[in-house]
Design a protein around this ligand. Structure first.
Ligand SMILES: [Mn+2]
Length: 469
């Protein structure tokens, strides 16, 4: 009797074990978070019906549904009893053998909270039934195929049939700009993992290592800590490659004396981090590297200090630019602080972008009055000034100049003056990037765990990593 009890307990335990793994995603999904977002969007709609279709994973679709399988569609109908309709790939035992389980229609209701679920195969057939009686359709204008199909459909004159079609993305992207507490939790995790990877890299880096070895350490720490993947291709650029903004070939061997720009981000729960640190591969910044590094660090600090609700995102950028210009002028890399083109040779991009489900997250930075979009609590943005002095920098000058009003003789005089200074700092590229959450009374640097000061970085680089013994 006792023995039977033990056996059955083991079997029961095994059964629950399987169930626990099986329903991992279901347990993780916070249904209410997604329901709230859908309701918020429906509140912004003027009746009608929103139609979404995601043949591949789509971030806007995921944001509203939490549903992450490809081959899905969804309807949102504010005025109906059944407001949230999901179309999903059906469960198929024969398929499970090859590719594993799908959610299927049953879980679309149970796990994802759909009021009704259908097989995706029925989408085209069932859709007209839901369009009937609605005066307006909302859909994502990014999905050209769906937009075209729906436009065709409403052209056919019918009674009780939608007459208008509008883009549903602007209100969704406005919502996505302000992160809720659920999103901030995931972003904190993604950013923490990224900082841990950078710390391990600081310990492990040594001259002679290949860039891809450093990439491997970064991405090992990502996966080890539960990140699904890098949110974007990891950038590990050493020496001359440190001056190439989106260098991701990562195939060169580091040389003693190189700086390495490491621009990486773990993805966690579909949210990505985006953090950059620049480190000397041998563990010590030399004098010239320090001079450039300190300018970038000061620019980044002052830009971050500015971040608070009500401040325009361009004001943050221009704060960084002012500090960079001062520094470049001091070193002789620009000859005129007022020049609108000189500093752009060394810093050629806007130093902020939104961060979230996308690494360059949705939402415009705004243009209206030159200050840009005003910051609000819950926004997350990166601050990533840099200075890049490469072989190509001056060569690209004539191309850059075509877009400015710089006079030929001014350019010639400038080149004459700065050439020797450029030689001095050749192949030094520095970028420092942190992820900043706008809070009610200012901001929080979510990536402060990864050291930025020269002293701290050099201290960390003296330690040994367990990964390169
Ligand atoms: Mn970035």
């Amino acid at each position: 009797m006792k023995r039977i009890f033990v056996y059955s307990s083991v079997i029961l335990l095994f059964f629950f074990q399987v169930l626990a793994v099986y329903s991992f995603d279901a347990q993780n999904l916070n249904k209410e978070v997604f329901a709230k977002r859908r309701q918020k969007l429906m509140d912004k709609m003027e009746g009608g019906i929103a139609v979404f279709r995601a043949d591949a994973f789509n971030r806007d679709f995921y944001y509203l549904t939490g549903f992450d399988e490809p081959g899905a569609a969804c309807l949102l109908i504010p005025d109906a009893e059944e407001k949230f309709i999901l179309f999903v790939r059906p469960q198929s035992p024969a398929r499970i053998v090859w590719t594993g389980k799908r959610y299927g229609t049953e879980e679309a209701v149970k796990v994802f909270g759909a009021d009704k679920a259908y097989s995706m195969a029925q989408f085209e057939k069932i859709l007209p039934r839901y369009l009937m009686g609605k005066d307006r359709i909302y859909c994502s204008f990014n999905n050209k195929e769906l937009t075209d199909t729906l436009t065709q459909m409403i052209r056919r004159p019918r009674d009780n049939w939608p007459k208008e079609i509008s883009n549903v993305l602007p209100p969704i992207h406005d919502m996505r700009m302000i992160k809720d507490s659920y999103e901030i939790k995931l972003m904190r995790k993604a950013i923490d993992i990224t900082c841990d990877a950078l710390l391990e890299t600081m310990k492990a880096a040594e001259p002679g290592m290949y860039e891809y070895e450093i990439e491997a350490i970064i991405e090992y720490i990502f996966r080890k800590n539960g990140s699904q993947r890098p949110g974007f291709p990891s950038i590990v650029g050493s020496g001359p490659n440190s001056t190439i903004l989106h260098y991701d070939v990562n195939k060169h061997q580091t040389q003693d004396g190189d700086l390495i720009v490491i621009d990486v981000g773990a993805e966690y729960g579909y949210y990505t981090a985006d953090v950059t640190r620049t480190i000397p591969v041998n563990g010590k910044f030399n004098k010239k590297q320090k001079e450039i590094y300190e300018i970038v660090l000061e620019a980044q600090k002052q830009a971050i200090d500015k971040i608070a609700p009500g401040v325009g995102i361009y004001e943050v950028h221009y704060r960084a630019v002012e500090v960079i210009k001062d520094g470049l002028y001091r070193l002789g890399l620009i000859t005129d602080k007022e020049s609108r083109w000189q500093y752009r040779i060394w810093l050629m991009y806007n130093t902020n972008h939104w961060l979230g489900l996308d690494v360059h997250d949705v939402g415009s930075r705004g243009h209206d009055d030159g200050k840009g979009r005003r910051l609000e609590p819950g926004m997350v943005l990166t601050v990533e000034p840099g200075i890049y002095i490469g072989e190509h920098s001056l060569a690209s000058l004539s191309e850059t100049m075509r877009r400015s009003n710089a006079r030929k003789e001014d350019i010639a005089a400038f080149l004459e003056k700065v050439k020797p200074i450029v030689e001095k700092y050749m192949n030094i590229g520095v970028r420092i990037e942190d992820d900043i959450l706008v809070t009610e009374d200012g901001h929080e640097n979510l990536s402060s765990k990864a050291p930025r000061t020269i002293k701290e970085i050099e201290k960390w680089m003296k330690k040994k990593s367990y990964l390169n013994k």
